[in-house]
Ligand binder design. Sequence first.
Ligand SMILES: [Zn+2]
Length: 535
Amino acid sequence: MNPDLVVLAGTVHTMDGDSAVQAVAVTDGLVTAVGSAADVQDWRAPRTEVLDLGTATLMPGLTDGHLHPVSGLQMAAGTDLSAVTDLGHLRSVLAEAARGRRPDEWVLGWGLDPNVFGRTPVAAVEVEEALGGRPALLRLFDAHGALATAAALRIAGVDGPREFDQRARVVCDADGVPTGLLLEWAAIELVAQVAPVAPVAERAAELGELLRGMAASGLTGGHVMDFIGDSAEVLAAVEAAGDLPLRLRFAPWCMPGVDDDGLAELVHLQATAGRRWQVGGVKFMVDGTIDGGTAWLAEPDAFGESTESFWPDPQAYTRAVRHLAEAGVPTATHAIGDAAVAHVVRSLAGVAGGATHRVEHLETLPGELVRRFAASGLVASMQPSHCTLYSKADHSDNWSHRLGAERADRAWRCGDLRRAGVTLALGSDWPVAPYDPRPIMADAQLRRPAGRRDSPPVQPGQALTARQALEGYTSHAAAAAGEARVAGRIAVGMRADLTALALDPLITPPDESAESPVLLTVVGGAPVHRAVTVG
Ligand SMILES: [Zn+2]
């Protein structure tokens, strides 16, 4: 069999019905044998590299079910505001970022949590002085909102409300003057497209570095929930220098206002691929976010917001998603509010085409909708760290306040969805939250941030087991991409994407597992990361 690589480990979680596997052989990018340590002598050929990982635990390569590594470079350009906790702090960080810049030079920031503003409206007036009147675009952490200063709005020619095909808003005061708050993609783009963007070569270098960091955290793949702008160009520039450290699967957007040509183009795009990336699926959004007041809830939030679909005509979504599904295209729909999830379930009922369809986020669900979702056969894709990092058990955060206690108590029902039999992929939504899969799998079990034992858990009844959390990054992630027959398990014929951690995630307490050293990451049979102690 002449394997290129043999990996030995004390424990191997194949996710394929665990027998006592301790060795895995890889040939031409695929798993060609699994067996005991004693089998290795028979497999070994002169050119075989043998990596003995001692007591480590080997598992199928970890795949993030929802992230934005390419567009995220733009979304996460400039100053990281994610650690800012109050307005005074925000002003001092922005003043520091502006220091030494010309009066007309842009300041970019990202990761801004609306909780920073407390009950003060999120408006540019709060930061104008700190920025010295400079043009600035500060993205909110959820990537569905941004704050633009008066100078930035002036450059973009935005001086009042605008109309959009999609539900997006230039928020204005009583006199029709923009406050700087821009909600949803089309509104943010008005300013983003006049803000400075790093050249392709620079972003390609950043993407390479980002993906190497991801590989070092144990990730071997990701489901990328966009394919916007010059993504293909940036990917080509990285691949010109070598293989991507991660396998990436992209889902271009289908936005409100799409016509027949647009739908045909989305079908056509499905053939697009590089060596380790491909377009696979189409991404929809039927609502925005609870924090931004743009989610689609059955009943309004505490501010009377989040009552409408992102598609001004929700039936147009139904027609578009069914058209693509019937053409055999897998779809992924962002649906955060209960009404949004219910609409996706209704829209895809009984659809033909045979592809896998998934729903992203599902942040608050009543019990009957959990049952209907399970019956629909749709796949769920959730981000446990959005719950643990951005909501609080005592409901003192913006997300919980807007929803009120009853709906906040239905937060991220991962446990109930799994108990109902739903396939559940897990992910980070990077740059919305950090990408490291180890703390995310831990948070899914703890329902609080890993390592913060003093932090009360949010709805601990929704905790996943250690195995369910690992499935969310392996077998269930593969199923969510319609790849269950080629990935997500360690078995003969499967893609040789492998992750080895020093500690066994199925028996190590989650707080410790979150810091488990990553010993080896293998993509398509090639080691893309190895700890200094390995071979
Ligand atoms: Zn996302």
